[in-house]
Design a protein around this ligand. Structure first.
Ligand code: ARG
Length: 480
């Protein structure tokens, strides 16, 4: 039991208390972060001559070896309260009394804040690259589906014709905001906490600025009291993941609906369709249901973090250790959902025939027809009412606006001559749209280009982030 002295009344902890309070199990996901942080801290202590050079060298060798064993999956950590103490205890086994120098001017309070920030940065990079990749793939698929028409829905009722490209680019537009949100979350994470110690800093001449530079952070945290109790970066990251997953989830619902017989717009390739253990005929969209399911749990992660924080007094409180479950899970969930959607996108086929039939059946060109009349000088509200009457007449006769006879149309109003009806045919509806941000061809081209730009920026930003592997290598090489 390293983190305990006689002052606590006993130097050992009841074994069951240790078991029930230890965070070592979830902390194992932070081992590389912990080693990287310790190497930076050690480098600073050594350069400031705050610990003997011989101990610094031994500690460095020990930490590097622990890092390698962790990467190889052969590291067995001793039973301790958390990964920080486990690493220190393991160092004790490997390098003996030198291990006692490592925790100079450091507390687990600032150490765990650092590990979590390093972790969030690493996972954010992976998610950012995945979102960027997916946006690029959506743009490519949109390019291929420029001329595929389908209905857009409001209130889950057929509304207006759009191109399938527009549907796909709708998701890309939402993900573009997620790219911005990840950048914001990364910025919130970009403050280096180490050096504030347990809460108020150290009387030793440590160099926080050096540690910051070694670990590639933008700035130092401002105030130690705030630093050790701050998990805003975790909340921001969790919100980022929950919102991103929310976008993925809504798209998944569209795919689930569209692939049902009731819509029939989408066919799933066999490779991504699941079956039923009992009903031999089934072809199920489980992949998309799981994306939607992950979004629900991600909201739970966010609420868990917010609730954990809200009543805490200033400074560090052990409640914070409970952040591990939601925080370590949310990035994985976002990444996995993106991976599923990226696998699925090229494996969904749009049935253009069924889409076309749905468009015609429900007079989805009605607004276009009203706009033809508006272009001839009618007030919109009058045109709107006339078209409503025409649709009503078609419904009663069991025909569509395109199959109704010219006589029937003229009976409703003299405005509905054949030229007017033809000017608003479903097939030309999308091509006629000219609004920026609408479904027309020029707007689709602009949206595809914009999406490709966002994808490029996101991927570049992700690859510019310092990774744990790169930090490990540079700290190994950095002189003490
Ligand atoms: N296991 C703790 C956590 O993960 C580390 C910090 C513990 N600090 C303390 N003073 N007990 O948050």
């Amino acid at each position: 039991m390293l983190a305990k002295t006689a002052a606590a009344g006993s130097t050992v902890l009841h074994p069951e208390v240790l078991r029930l309070t230890s965070s070592l199990a979830p902390d194992r996901a932070l081992i590389r972060e912990d080693v990287v942080g310790s190497l930076a801290h050690l480098t600073m202590l050594a350069r400031g001559k705050l610990i003997p050079a011989e101990s610094a060298a031994a500690l460095k060798a020990g930490l590097v070896a622990i890092g390698r064993d962790a990467a190889a999956g052969t590291l067995v950590l001793p039973d301790e309260e958390d990964v920080h103490m486990a690493v220190e205890a393991e160092l004790g086994t490997r390098v003996g009394a030198h291990a006692g120098f490592l925790h100079t001017a450091r507390s687990r309070n600032d150490q765990v804040a650092l590990d979590l920030r390093l972790h969030v940065r690493e996972v954010s990079g992976a998610v950012l690259a995945a979102v960027g990749g997916f946006i690029g793939e959506l743009a490519d698929r949109a390019q291929a589906e420029r001329d595929t028409l389908m209905p857009a829905y409001t209130h889950r009722q057929r509304a207006q014709p759009i191109s399938a490209a527009y549907w796909l680019l709708g998701l890309a537009a939402a993900l573009e905001r997620d790219v911005a949100m990840i950048a914001f979350s990364l910025d919130q994470t970009d403050s280096m906490p180490l050096g504030v110690g347990a809460i108020s800093g150290s009387s030793l001449p440590i160099d926080r600025e050096l540690v910051r530079a070694l670990l590639g952070f933008a700035r130092l945290t401002r105030n130690g009291l705030d630093t050790v109790g701050d998990r805003d970066f975790a909340i921001d990251w969790s919100y980022t993941c929950a919102r991103l997953l929310g976008h993925a989830s809504r798209f998944a619902t569209d795919v689930i609906d569209f692939s049902s017989r009731e819509f029939g717009f989408i066919k799933l390739d066999g490779e991504i369709a699941c079956g039923s253990s009992m009903m031999p005929q089934k072809k199920n969209p489980d992949v998309f249901e799981l994306v939607r399911g992950k979004a629900g749990i991600a909201i739970g992660d966010l609420v868990a973090l917010l609730a954990t924080m809200k009543g805490l007094p200033g400074g560090y409180n052990r409640d914070l250790q409970e952040d591990r479950g939601p925080l370590l899970a949310c990035g994985r969930r976002a990444y996995d959902a993106l991976a599923l959607l990226r696998l699925a996108l090229p494996r969904i086929q749009i049935d253009a025939e069924r889409c076309r039939a749905a468009l015609a059946e429900d007079a989805t060109q009605s607004t276009d027809l009203a706009e033809v009349l508006v272009a001839r000088g009618l007030p919109f509200r009058s045109a709107y009412k006339l078209v409503g009457a025409l649709v009503r007449r078609a419904q009663e006769a069991g025909v569509t606006l395109e199959t109704m006879t010219p006589t029937m149309a003229l009976e409703v109003d003299a405005a509905f001559d054949q030229a007017t009806i033809d000017a608003a045919r479903v097939a030309g509806s999308v091509a006629r749209k000219r609004t920026e941000g609408g479904t027309g061809p020029a707007s689709i081209d602009a949206q595809i280009e914009a999406a490709r730009g966002v994808a490029e920026v996101a991927i570049a930003r992700a690859s510019a982030l310092p990774t744990l592997d790169a930090l490990l290598r540079s700290l190994e090489e950095a002189p003490l």
